[in-house]
Design a protein around this ligand. Sequence first.
Ligand SMILES: NC(=O)c1ccc[n+]([C@@H]2O[C@H](COP(=O)([O-])OP(=O)(O)OC[C@H]3O[C@@H](n4cnc5c(N)ncnc54)[C@H](OP(=O)(O)O)[C@@H]3O)[C@@H](O)[C@H]2O)c1
Length: 316
Amino acid sequence: MQKKRLGNSDMEISTIGLGAWAIGGPGSKISWGPQDDNDSIAAIHKAIDLGVNWIDTAPAYGLGHSEEVVARALKGHSNKPYVFTKCSLLWDEAGEIHNDLSQIRQELENSLRRLQTDTIDLYQMHWPKPEEQISEAWSTMAKLQQEGKVRWIGVSNFSAAQMELVGKIAPITSNQPPYSMINRAIEAEVLPYSAVHNIGTIAYAPMHSGLLTGAMTRERIAAFPEDDFRKRAKNYQEPQITRNLAIADLLKQIGAGHNVPAGVVAIAWTQRNPAVTASIVGGRNAQQVEQIVTHSGFRLSTDELAQIDTFLAEHP
Ligand SMILES: NC(=O)c1ccc[n+]([C@@H]2O[C@H](COP(=O)([O-])OP(=O)(O)OC[C@H]3O[C@@H](n4cnc5c(N)ncnc54)[C@H](OP(=O)(O)O)[C@@H]3O)[C@@H](O)[C@H]2O)c1
């Protein structure tokens, strides 16, 4: 698989990384419903076999469970990928998640223990909240980097102004923003700022958490378990869902001409933008991962990109 240098780091990362949110399993307001750990481990192994060389996880995914599953999958594995994790989302005994940037050292120790490792390849501030804590929190992350506990430090969900603020304290290796045909907010400022300042972009949810895979239907949405966060997400409800499923149909149609699924077209569309270093793609089992990652080299033609852009403009 094609690889690209991530920002100012020494890491050449595959243009697709495996996202480990859904495989965190149930147990919180940001869960994706039931998940079989054996399927998750098979998904990780399949991704590595197909050339994916990094995994993105976070403590909040399954309240620690995602990091533990990643560790189980990598234990004894001869071909270890880079492991990226995050800080800033804490939870209480009832499993309620909240933003707190004051306990990063403790958070890191917990992640190292769950991931069964001595160092994190990329440590990311998951959300810039509470905003008044981000400068001090970034200084702490820079110290952790100097101490060798984390190799590189990055941000996630940051605006250009927030990157400008913390970039004066210590260099930012990467930003992790959302990017898909359904969420293009970063095109105006965040991507141009990152490109100019050599901040890598690892864009998340290119298929909008399953909505642009071609496998989403109204019936599936209606049958989502209560603890699948998508049951309540606005893009899965009217009026947005009619438009979003129409986009997925267009991607299916374009993909059919190349024998690739709609999700591959959705990912290729995000990667048409040279400011995007790589995409973070979730997969809940080996089959899903194989269907997507096998086509990591797929690129859209100029005509197809124009067709998509016209459709999006006509369906705002
Ligand atoms: N920093 C942040 O705040 C943040 C936020 C969101 C995500 N992320 C990161 O980005 C990663 C990716 O985002 P994401 O998982 O939300 O979205 P995504 O990659 O757009 O979608 C992944 C989901 O699509 C479905 N899918 C995958 N392959 C498929 C296939 N071949 N056929 C049919 N369906 C398929 C699966 O869900 P179903 O089968 O259940 O439909 C899968 O969980 C996350 O895992 C996480 O690491 C970070």
